[in-house]
Design a protein around this ligand. Structure first.
Ligand SMILES: NC(=O)c1ccc[n+]([C@@H]2O[C@H](COP(=O)([O-])OP(=O)(O)OC[C@H]3O[C@@H](n4cnc5c(N)ncnc54)[C@H](OP(=O)(O)O)[C@@H]3O)[C@@H](O)[C@H]2O)c1
Length: 199
């Protein structure tokens, strides 16, 4: 399979690439330091990425910035960061990518545990996670040519615990390897319209 991983240089992305590249052709993508430079917040940049890669069998997303901050004091501009980054960024990668994915291919997006298990300062990020889950469930029944779509919802990672421990009090972080395995299940399995919870 020919697989593009957006966010391939990140904590989750690197773990996904390590698994998939053993048996597949993986093209890494991110703003810098990957095979292909793409900014998922830019429609022109997404279009340029797809023109460069041509036809693919799977598009995997392990990227998408979302705003963290107290609800009181959150501005519309703060919230736009989540919408432009993790919500529209991922949706646009699907909308602009459909014609580039081969018959029977797949999209795999990323959500997150906060939509199911709220934390303080997480309202904006939780909102986009829920939006992506709803989009995936709905898009699955309309995608043409047996193209599948799923999302993976990671718990906070053990590998990111130093950064996020103060936000996720009382959570049990999971190893990134488990999260990467859910992405593999989405890409290589037969399911569609799913949100794989790695909690
Ligand atoms: N880490 C966790 O505990 C955790 C838990 C649940 C959900 N998640 C979600 O999983 C996703 C990835 O998390 P992570 O911890 O692996 O992130 P990370 O380590 O910060 O890596 C992010 C990756 O995305 C790329 N990226 C960032 N902005 C981009 C853009 N505008 N266009 C294209 N690529 C971009 C980065 O590379 P460049 O900077 O070079 O672009 C990098 O490859 C995020 O959406 C996050 O919300 C993470």
């Amino acid at each position: 399979m020919k697989i593009v991983v957006v966010g391939a240089t990140g904590t989750i992305g690197k773990a996904i690439v390590a698994k998939l590249e053993q048996e597949h052709t993986v093209i890494t993508a991110s703003r810098k330091g990957a095979d292909i430079a793409v900014d998922m917040t830019s429609i022109a940049s997404i279009q340029a990425m797809y023109e460069q890669v041509g036809k693919i069998d799977a598009l995997v997303i392990a990227a998408g910035a979302a705003y963290f901050g107290p609800l009181t004091g959150m501005t519309p501009e703060d919230n736009e960061q989540s919408i432009d980054g993790k919500l529209k960024g991922q949706m646009n990668l699907v909308l602009l990518g459909m014609e580039h994915v081969n018959d029977g291919g797949s999209f795999t997006l990323v959500t997150g545990i906060m939509m199911d298990d709220p934390i303080r300062q997480g309202a904006s990020a939780a909102m986009v996670n829920g939006g992506i889950r709803a989009f995936v469930k709905s898009a699955a029944i309309e995608l043409p040519r047996a193209i599948r779509i799923n999302s993976v919802s990671p718990n906070v990672l053990q590998e990111s615990w130093d950064k996020y421990a103060d936000f996720f009090v009382g959570f049990n972080p999971v190893p990134v390897e488990r999260v990467a395995q859910a992405f593999v299940k989405s890409v290589l399995g037969g399911q569609t319209g799913q949100n794989y919870e790695v909690y």
